[in-house]
Design a protein around this ligand. Structure first.
Ligand code: NAD
Length: 500
């Protein structure tokens, strides 16, 4: 069977790119399998999408919050109905194990439902008092216009919804540029919006490479908001481009070097479970992956032993295998980067506790990496301890007590997520207050996102505007409105209204 040809979704129809150029998406577990071919979009396709979004904006905005929200509920319904077949597509395209693939879609469903609920509550501003009692003051949240959402491959359904759900409900039109590694997931999202009858131009998907299509959408004079999730290096480029446009805003959600802190009083079984989930889910390819276990030296021997024993048992397997724990890396570059970090850990003098990469791969040509665990004292000059490996590569580092654990946690350029495992709520409270991160967990792994919460980091993990439920400030412009209910003009602050 030949691979499907899937087009851009522009102005309500599936459009062949003007250039005719295409690219392929392949299954990382079986790279010979082509998932589909997709448009390598050019400037003409981008201009067309931006012009359709600009044209659709006034009508979409005029529809009002509640009616707009109803589209998101329909989309959630279609997504839910498609859960199992879609999870298989996601697992085949992104290499995520099938249970993780399902969770990705469930998160998208919940995010769409959240966006619907937000709209149905119907609040889009505040009524305020004024020192002149006959004045009525409002703050009304106005949509900004055309939102560009640029997403990574690792949450190819959930993440586009974090960025588009509230954007649409609040009255913006959205152009999604999915990762070039998961274009089929992006196209399926467009399919759900099409089925829901979204008006032409309100939600569009333009496929292609980041450096061309992504960069052009960011620089386009008629786009108003850029919502980016991906690597720090690309995020920084986007922020610099956006800075050239006075009337454009952006959020950048980037990487991390996250950690699980294990205190001397921790429930060790819980600590090991939290550590394994943090280090190895999605093959370590999550922004919130815990690449560092910072363990009190009083319990480190017991923790290390149990952690390594558990890591030895983890089943790395075909993403469609229900019994596997994690699937593939996304591409050969991901494998190369992981291997480079593993080698570097040796070169930097760390003791390797486990390297399963000599085991036979689940498929001969797939992109696999197995767990790699090492240990050694903290040094902030070490690359492997401070930089994002984005692979199943984890360090177990001894610390002495809570304060040192927190100070080691803080000693990198990132600040995305962190967890502490302790039975002592005072320690948890101290960690919550002193760990420099945007996402904090107590007695949980440092992965996972709640759709009703903001999601974002501090330091070089983002630009301090969280994503998901935290997006409100960039998706709308608060307009200050004042009505005079009096028959004469009375000014505030004692300013005279008398004309002399
Ligand atoms: P990436 O930065 O390579 O790509 C992300 C997106 O940006 C893709 O759609 C890509 O096509 C596009 N892009 C690339 N160059 C561009 C440019 N010059 N202009 C505009 N767009 C461009 O990231 P990736 O490999 O897909 O994902 C992995 C990274 O994402 C990791 O660093 C991970 O930590 C991070 N991530 C962060 C979060 C978060 O919420 N903080 C969530 C998931 C992933």
């Amino acid at each position: 069977m030949s691979a499907p040809r899937v087009e851009n979704f522009v102005n309500g129809v599936w459009k062949v790119p003007h250039s005719g150029n295409r690219f392929e998406s392949r299954n990382p577990a079986h790279p010979g399998e082509v998932i589909g071919t997709f448009p390598e979009s050019g400037q003409a396709d981008i201009d067309e999408a931006v012009s359709a979004a600009t044209g659709a904006f006034e009508g979409w905005r005029a529809l009002g919050l509640v009616k707009r929200a109803e589209y998101l509920l329909k989309v959630a319904y279609y997504m839910e109905a498609d859960l199992d077949p879609m999870a298989r597509i996601l697992a085949r395209e992104a290499g995520k194990q099938i249970n993780e693939a399902r969770a990705d879609i469930v998160e998208a469903v919940h995010t769409a439902q959240y966006a619907f609920a937000y709209g149905h509550i119907g609040q889009y501003g505040r009524v305020m008092g004024d020192e002149v009692a006959t004045k009525r003051c409002y703050e009304i949240l106005e949509p900004r216009g055309v939102v560009v959402a640029i997403t990574p491959w690792n949450f190819p359904v959930a993440l586009p919804f974090w960025l588009t759900g509230l954007s649409l409900v609040l009255g913006n039109c959205v152009i999604l540029k999915p990762s070039e590694y998961t274009p089929m997931c992006g196209a399926k999202i467009a399919g759900w919006f099409e089925k829901a009858g979204i008006p032409p131009g309100v939600f569009q998907v333009v496929q292609g490479a980041g450096e061309t299509v992504g960069a052009s959408l960011v620089a386009h004079p008629k786009t108003h908001v850029v919502l980016f999730t991906g690597s720090y290096e690309v995020g920084l480029k986007i922020k610099m481009e956006v800075a050239k446009h006075a009337n454009k805003v952006c959020t950048i959600e980037t990487g991390g070097k996250n950690a699980v802190l294990v205190m001397e009083d921790a429930n060790l079984e819980m600590a090991v479970t939290a550590g394994i989930l943090s280090a190895f889910k999605t093959s370590g390819q999550r922004c919130v992956t815990g690449g560092r276990m910072l363990v009190d030296d009083k319990v480190i021997d017991r923790f290390r032993e149990r952690f390594v024993e558990t890591a030895k048992r983890i089943k790395v397997g075909d993403p469609l295998d229900e019994s596997a724990f994690y699937g593939t890396m996304i591409n050969p570059q991901g494998v190369e980067k992981g291997k480079r970090f593993n080698e570097l850990a040796r070169k930097e003098g760390f003791q390797v506790l486990l390297d399963r990469n000599n085991e036979p791969p689940p498929t001969p040509d797939g992109y696999w990496l197995r767990p790699f665990v090492y240990t050694g004292a903290w040094r902030n000059t070490s690359t492997v301890l401070t930089e994002e490996a984005f692979s199943p590569h984890v360090a177990i580092v001894p610390v002495r007590g809570l304060e040192q654990a927190v100070s080691v946690y803080n000693d990198t350029r990132f600040g995305l997520s962190g967890a502490i495992i302790t039975e002592d709520y005072r320690k948890a409270k101290y960690a919550e207050e002193h760990m420099e991160c945007g996402i904090f967990y107590w007695n949980l792994p440092c992965i996972g996102a709640g759709v009703r919460l903001p999601f974002g980091g501090v330091k070089q993990s983002g630009n301090l505007i969280p994503s998901a439920a935290g997006l409100l400030p960039v998706l709308t412009h608060p307009k200050a409105v004042t009505y005079n209910l009096d028959t004469k003009i009375v000014m505030a602050q004692g300013l005279s209204a008398e004309i002399k």
